[in-house]
Design a protein. Structure first.
Length: 135
């Protein structure tokens, strides 16, 4: 009998992207820098990120255009495969479905690089009625 690696359930995260014209990566780029912070989240390949863009992000202001499936992490950045949604999720829907994270959502207007874990039920409720554009 071959020993199979133990599969863990994916963890879910919320990542904030600021204005990409200021040198920050785009949500669609598959790269999220956050120097010195990533390893404290115990994020692993297979985890899922809800990608949110601030009001300064001209292409997707105050909405989530897609998700990312983590492919690699270091202490300084996350690499992920980007998957767009059929219809972006607006901030009001996000706020309504992430009520347990109100204090963290209050600072979104001032953050261009903000990452935190959310519950799988919260993630699913934000995406309710949306389709992920899988390849």
């Amino acid at each position: 009998m071959v020993n199979q690696p133990v599969q863990r359930k994916p963890k879910y995260f919320f990542a904030v992207f600021g204005d990409p014209s200021s040198g920050k990566p785009k949500a669609e780029a598959g790269y999220y820098p956050h120097e010195g912070y990533i390893s404290s989240l115990n994020m692993e390949p297979g985890d899922v990120i809800l990608l949110y863009c601030t009001s300064q992000y001209s292409e997707h202001p105050m909405e989530s255009p897609g998700i990312g499936i983590v492919t690699r992490t270091t202490n300084d950045y996350i690499s992920y495969q980007y998957f767009p949604l059929d219809k972006p999720v607006g901030f009001d829907t996000i706020k309504e479905n992430l009520k347990n994270y109100e204090n963290r959502l209050k600072v979104l207007w001032s953050k261009g690089n903000w990452l935190f874990e959310i519950a799988s039920t919260s993630f699913r409720s934000v995406l309710k009625g949306r389709q992920i554009d899988w390849p």
